[in-house]
Design a binder for this molecule. Sequence first.
Ligand SMILES: Cc1cc2nc3c(=O)[nH]c(=O)nc-3n(C[C@H](O)[C@H](O)[C@H](O)COP(=O)(O)OP(=O)(O)OC[C@H]3O[C@@H](n4cnc5c(N)ncnc54)[C@H](O)[C@@H]3O)c2cc1C
Length: 439
Amino acid sequence: MNIPKSNFPRIIIIGGGFAGISIAKKLSGKEVQVVLLDKHNYHCFQPLLYQVSTGGLEPDSIAYPIRKILKDFPNFFFRLANVEEVLAADNKVRTNIGELEYDYLVVATGSETNYYGNKGIETNSMAMKTIPQSLNLRSLILENFEQALLTDELHERDALMNFVIVGAGPTGVELAGALAEIKKGILPKDYPDLDTRRVQINLIQSGDRILKEMSEKASEKAEEFLESLGVQIWKNMRVTSYDGKTVTTNTDDTFDTAAMIWAAGVKGVRIKGLDAKRVLAPGGRLVVNQYNQVKGYANVFAIGDVACMQEENTPFGHPMMAQPAIQQGKNLGDNLVRLLEKKPLRPFVYKDKGKMATIGRNKAVVDLKKFKFQGVFAWFVWMYVHLFFLIGFRNRAVVFINWVYNYVRFDREARLIIRPFNRNYDAFKEEGEHRLPKD
Ligand SMILES: Cc1cc2nc3c(=O)[nH]c(=O)nc-3n(C[C@H](O)[C@H](O)[C@H](O)COP(=O)(O)OP(=O)(O)OC[C@H]3O[C@@H](n4cnc5c(N)ncnc54)[C@H](O)[C@@H]3O)c2cc1C
C-alpha cells in the first residue's frame, strides 16, 4: 500500500463514515500514524439520502471528499480500499490493494440493509443506504412514470405509479412524505397526460405505530401529517415476499407495484476474520465492551453502527444513529491516546441529544430530552441540525440554497435520469388474473 514505516504506532481505521471521521479528527496531531481505509473516497451524509432519491438534492451536496477532511492532519494516510479480511493473529488487514499491518485496528464499517434472509425481497426491492442506491431509486421513480405514460392498461399503469415503502422508521417516513409532496406539487405539471391522482404511496409497518423509536406523540403527529399528504399507512402488517411485481403480506392484502422500497432493517457490515462465534451480536454487530474494544481482541476496536455495546440500559446496543457513532469515535480517540500514555481508559457514556424526523414542508417531529414538539418550528430545527452536521461550507450553502429554492418554488429540480436504472418491465406486461378490464 506504500505507507511509510513510522516510529509511531499505526492505527488503521476501516470506514470514513460518522464514526471513522470523528476518531480521525481526535487523533490528529497525536503521536500516532493513522491510516484510514474506505471503499469510497467520500464521506456520505446518509440522513439526506432520501432527498437525493426524490430529486430534492444533487448527490454531490451530501458527499465530501475524505482526503479533503484529512488534508491538514499530520501522519495521516488515506487509501481507497475495500477491506476484505482481518488477519487478527498477524495484526494485519487484507484489502483489494494489498495487506497492511496495524498496532491498533478500529472497525467503523457502519451498517447495510438487512433483508433477514429473504432473497426475493433482496433481489427485487430497492434499498437506500448509499448514494448509488439513492440514484438508482431516483431513476426508477422517474422511469416508472415514463413507463406509465406508455400503457393504456389501467392496472399496469397503477402498478407503475404505486410506491410501497416497507418500514416506518425515519427513513421510510421521510421518503413517504417526500414522495407525497412530489405527487402533489410536481407530477401534475410534469405529466399532464397522466392521471397522477392515482399515484399511491403505501407505508407498511410491522408494529402498531410508526417512528416507534420516538415518543407516542411524535408517532401520532407523524401519522397525521402523512395522512394529510395522502400516504396510506398499514400498521401491524408484515411483508412476506416481493417478486418484482406483487408484494404479499401476512394479511390478505397484496400490492401490485413496480417499486418496493425496503427500509425495514439494517445490520452491521461484517468483515471476515474476527471470530464470529465470539464477537457477533444479533444484527451482525460486533460485541464491544464499554471502551469499544471488540470482545476477545486486545487491539481491535469497533465504533458506530457496527459496534454493539450491550449494557444494562442498552441490551441491544446503542441506536444505529449518527450521534452514538460520532460520540464513540471521540471517546475512542481519546482512549487510544490514553492507552499509549499508559493512563486509565474512560468508559463510553452516550449523551442522547434527541431524535427527529421530517415529513415534509413545515412538518417535522422532534423529541428532545426535555421538550417534544411538532410542526413548523420542529421543521426549522430539523433543517438547522442537518445543515449544522453536514461537512463542508460548500455543501451547507448548496443544500441551503436548494431548500430555499424548493420551498419558494414548490420544486425539486434534480429529477433527472442521469444513470438509468433499467428495470425489467416485462412482468408488468404479462396477463394475469389480477388484471382489471381496460378503462
Ligand atoms: C437513509 C438513512 C437515513 C438516516 N437518517 C438518520 C438521521 O436522521 N439521524 C441519525 O442520527 N442517523 C440517521 N441515519 C443513520 C446514520 O447515518 C448512521 O447511524 C451513521 O451513518 C453510522 O455511522 P458509521 O460511521 O457507523 O457508519 P457509516 O456512516 O455507514 O460509514 C461506514 C463507512 O465504512 C465504509 N466501509 C464499509 N465497509 C467497508 C470495507 N469493507 N472496506 C472499506 N470501507 C468500508 C463505508 O464506505 C462507509 O464510508 C440514517 C441512515 C440512513 C441510511
